[in-house]
Design a binder for this molecule. Structure first.
Ligand code: ANZ
Length: 954
């Protein structure tokens, strides 16, 4: 039988589907193992060879675990909501559901060709109402919860209401948008709407006024990375900072738990560090400053309370409510002009720009320690959303304050004895002895920091501030609440309607609230989100159903929310849904959750380090608090696959003067000759280049403007230039896995993707090695079949000692390497073993059975076929992973290097148990030694056990 991979692969793919080989059900008799891939967004471009890298890596692990006897869950689905489908809909008028469906079908066809062990019965799609039912449900749960800081968990909002009724806010420690204080009587006196507004301050899903990047031209809020130099990246429309009422999730309440959880999971240090920085815990002090000649006070946040004697000015964030109050009439015009400038700047610009800007408010603050008056400035480098949005500025010890002081000619007071205050001297933090020159003038007798280290000085000041009622110790986190509204169509609708301006949740039993159809996908003329166009988008409270928008009467029929949820909504709990994908009464049933618990291995890209991996951890912690998810951390181990980069090709177009361009045909010069001309490199489709040689006819046919192209060749060929770049459609370097599968088979593709290098490393796609992997599979096949006659060569003889050693060495290596995700080295070991077994002419059935099982995770189709040919029972997937026997591994020979006067001359093998005397005799008798010994005297023979034998001669 020939290695006919096309027949073999299609046969097994069909059988696996028919026999539901990869369908998995809970089985108490077996231990569970949950393998998960970050599910794909089904883009219009389909899969390229970079996409399956992680899927293959996790599939190998999933198959390996199954062979070890685990009950393995390995599901797949689609992150199906998103912007590209919506943009396409705006351009073409096609419903995004239609393009999404087509793209999913295409993805599925491509995935099926690669032979994954996915349980497709558990597929989820985020745009499917049966799925987003549970996204909406979780949102409602968040709306109906608050975060209790005492118990550090989410609690039902009803408990908070009861508490307010009994005691108001007295003794309450809850996560909140702003600090509120009221008594039980004040609560009772509030109107229903006021009560709702108050509760909004505590809800985990809440409507909040937040600053957003608003782009009027596109009619939507943009993310920071979609804004460049104050205009939208797409279209170049102006973007302004605008306060908008948006749905937010109180992720900040979970900051400490998100931080603590990192210590309990097996992720790379680099991703954990990225998350720690993103969460940004900072311990500092909040201090009260009085405004001079006024009763007003304001609070600043500082991590360096010890530098209070070096404060020479104060700074307010431009958005601070104090700005208006503290601006004096004389400064008003200048301040207004400055505020208009800041409005155009995104937070990202403000943080990354080193440009110094700001304006004096006209007011002064009083330093609580010295009584000095210090000017209050307004400047964009202080951000509204962090700390209190106000700072005390210490130019001698903070680089931004320093730059500001220099620019506005403000005093700089050094606090470290003999410190040279300049732009380079800001890192003197640890262990430095302080000298507070103004200590003598302090309003507090005897308070001095002189002689202390920075650490001691911070602690002393903090303590002092606390005990004298000047402020309090405060932990801040950089992590912000997540903005959860998008002015888009193709996303989950919020299960929300508005009554008296306050949001109401659709009753849980009425979920899901389905996305309505609309005719065009743009914002409305009045700037409402696309759902403002929906004809049926109102809630009939009495009949508990969606009805015509025109029937809204605000008595029993109300408007539904027009925003939709963002991309991360649907991807935040999908791993739980896979556990119980068809449950109609819960996101996940208790039984399924108890069995599968959490993801044992999660594979995906590092680009999700601060987005998805923070949001889903937050979401899961919330569900854990609600008793829905039984594990606090959803992903136990995380492996980040590297990127497969493209190898791009270039042609070099000879530049011509403007008047020549229209008239004559384009000329392209081959790479080796290009320096003789003035040229422009142009990306060319790698599919019409073979080993860097351009297919001239295909090139001419590629683009109409190249139909009559002319070429300057070298050695009769056009050689293209090349570079390693991101694999992308725009670089024309995309390789479609379908082509590789067609030419070499899926098993070769799988092996090759893993053979390219360590899973975590980024590496260029270079097809040159594919033949090698394909030849290896043929060699492997030839251990079972005669490559000339095609007949089986398998026999029932006992394998020889050397063959057993080859096999057991391989079992050990492959097992250990799979455990470390070092698949490339496992495959190398396979290549060596197959060569050895070939040379040994080993065709023993028993040995080949084990070899087939070892191959099954990597090349499942060929393994399944050979398993059947060997007479194996059922699918090779259900065989038992072989274990190695140490007895077979023992080396019976060792190799020593023979040296003369320290120079290595040759190598020789000896039995492992050879005595030193036997080695000595054998070396001295060896004919290769004779020429070195001739006419010389042996002074000494030194034997380093298992390594070297050195003969000293004279
Ligand atoms: C005085 C001081 C002296 C400061 C000194 C630093 C060094 P982290 O560690 O990131 O929490 N700050 C406070 N709120 C700010 C805001 N809204 N926008 C910009 N800067 C702000 O940093 C806290 C420090 O950053 C605070 O401590 C404050 O400056 C500044 F030698 O106060 B510091």
């Amino acid at each position: 039988m020939d290695y006919n991979f096309r027949d073999i692969e299609s046969k097994w793919q069909r059988k696996w589907a028919e026999e539901k080989t990869y369908h998995v059900v809970e089985d108490e008799k077996k231990s569970k193992f949950y393998v998960l891939n970050m599910f794909p967004y089904p883009s219009g471009a389909g899969l390229h060879v970079g996409h399956p890298l992680g899927y293959i890596a996790s599939d190998i692990y999933a198959r390996y675990k199954r062979l070890q006897g685990f009950n393995v869950l390995n599901p797949m689905g689609y992150d199906a909501y998103g912007l590209p489908a919506e943009q396409y809909a705006i351009q073409t008028g096609q419903h995004p559901a239609k393009t999404t469906e087509e793209n999913i079908q295409r993805y599925r066809r491509q995935l099926d060709k690669i032979g994954f062990s996915f349980d497709w019965d558990r597929e989820v799609r985020t745009c499917d109402p049966d799925y987003y039912h549970w996204t909406q449900w979780a949102f409602e749960r968040m709306f109906n919860s608050y975060f209790c800081n005492d118990s550090r968990k989410a609690r039902p909002i009803d408990e908070l209401v009861k508490r307010f009724e009994a005691r108001g806010t007295e003794g309450l420690d809850a996560a909140q948008s702003e600090e509120l204080q009221f008594t039980a009587e004040e609560w009772q006196r509030m109107s229903e709407v006021e009560k709702q507004q108050t509760l909004m301050n505590y809800r985990i899903a809440y409507l909040g006024e937040t600053m957003v990047n608003w782009c009027p031209g596109l009619g939507t809020v943009l993310a920071n990375d979609e804004v460049v130099d104050g205009v939208s990246e797409r279209g170049g429309y102006p973007v302004v900072q605008k306060k908008m009422r948006q749905w937010c999730l109180r992720t900040s309440a979970y900051a400490q738990r998100l931080l603590d959880g990192l210590d309990t999971i097996d992720w790379t240090e680099s991703i954990k560090e990225t998350q720690r920085n993103w969460i940004g815990r900072s311990e500092g002090t909040e201090m009260e400053f009085k405004v001079a000649d006024s009763e007003r006070h304001f609070t600043i946040f500082t991590t360096r309370a010890d530098t209070i004697f070096g404060v020479t000015f104060m700074v307010l964030a431009p958005e601070s409510e104090l700005v208006d109050e503290l601006t004096t009439p004389e400064q008003r015009a200048e301040v207004d002009e400055y505020l208009a400038y800041v409005k155009k700047r995104t937070e990202l610009d403000r943080m990354s720009d080193r440009k110094v800007t700001g304006v004096f408010s006209g007011s002064y603050a009083v330093n609580p320690f010295t009584g000095d008056n210090i000017p209050i400035y307004i400047a964009e480098y202080v951000l509204a959303g962090y700390g209190t949005g106000a700072i005390m500025a210490v130019p001698a010890h903070d680089s931004r304050d320093y730059a500001f002081a220099k620019h506005f000619n403000l005093p700089i007071i050094p606090l470290i004895e003999g410190a040279d205050v300049s732009e380079e001297s800001f890192d003197a933090k640890e262990g430095t002895v302080m000298n507070s020159p103004k200590a003598g003038r302090t309003a507090f007798d005897g308070f001095s920091l002189n002689g202390l280290t920075v650490k001691e000085a911070i602690a002393t000041t903090k303590e002092f501030v606390k005990s004298h009622g000047l402020g309090r110790v405060k932990v801040n986190y950089r992590l912000r609440d997540a903005i959860f509204s998008r002015q888009r169509y193709w996303g989950e609708p919020f299960p929300v309607y508005y009554k008296d301006g306050m949001p109401q949740m659709i009753p849980e039993e009425c979920l899901p609230l389905e996305l309505p159809d609309i005719e065009t996908y743009k914002p409305t003329e009045t700037g409402e989100p696309p759902l403002g166009r929906a004809k049926r988008w109102a809630w009939d409270e009495k009949n508990r159903e969606v009805t015509e928008t025109s029937r809204v009467d605000n008595v029993s029929i109300f408007r539904l929310e027009l925003n939709t949820m963002p991309g991360f909504a649907g991807s935040s709990a999908y791993y739980l849904r896979y556990m119980d994908a068809h449950n109609t009464t819960a996101l996940v049933g208790k039984e399924a959750d108890d069995y599968w618990q959490d993801v044992d291995l999660y594979v995906g890209g590092t680009e999700h380090a601060t987005g998805h991996l923070i949001y889903s951890r937050f979401w899961n912690k919330f569900l854990f608090d609600c008793g829905v998810s039984c594990k606090e951390e959803p992903f136990r181990k995380l492996v980040n696959q590297g990127m497969i980069q493209g190898r791009s090709n270039f042609v070099y177009r000879v530049n011509k003067a403007a008047d020549e361009v229209a008239a004559s045909a384009p000329v392209f010069v081959s790479h080796g000759l290009k320096d003789r001309y003035d040229t422009t490199p142009i990306h060319v489709d790698v599919n019409i280049v073979d080993n860097d040689v351009l297919d001239l006819e295909a090139f001419k046919a590629w683009r109409p403007e190249y139909n009559d192209a002319e070429f300057i060749l070298e050695d009769g060929k056009y050689i293209c230039g090349w570079a390693v770049e991101k694999m992308s459609k725009s670089m024309f370097n995309v390789v479609n896995p379908d082509r590789i599968v067609e030419k070499y088979g899926a098993d070769t593709l799988r092996l090759y993707e893993m053979f390219l290098g360590p899973v975590e490393a980024s590496k260029p796609w270079d097809t040159n090695g594919i033949d090698g992997c394909h030849r290896f599979l043929r060699k492997f096949w030839n251990l079972y079949f005669d490559n000339r006659t095609g007949g089986s060569v398998v026999n029932d003889e006992e394998p020889g000692k050397d063959s057993l050693k080859s096999l057991h060495k391989l079992i050990k290596k492959v097992t250990e390497d799979i455990e470390k995700f070092s698949y490339n080295t496992a495959i190398s070991a396979f290549m060596i073993a197959v060569n050895e077994l070939g040379q040994q002419k080993c065709h023993s059935r028993g040995l080949l059975r084990d070899l087939t099982i070892l191959m099954a995770p990597f090349a499942p189709h060929v393994a399944e076929e050979l398993w059947q040919q060997l007479g194996g029972q059922g699918s090779v997937c259900d065989a038992a992973w072989p274990t190695w026997n140490a007895a077979y591994l023992a080396e019976d020979e060792i190799q020593l290097t023979v040296s003369f006067n320290g120079k290595a001359r040759y190598q020789k093998r000896f039995p492992t148990d050879a005595s030193d005397e036997a080695i000595r005799r054998s070396v001295l008798d060896d004919e290769r030694s004779l020429k070195y010994l001739e006419g010389k005297r042996i002074v000494k023979v030194i034997i380093v056990p298992r390594k070297i034998i050195n003969i000293v001669i004279k």
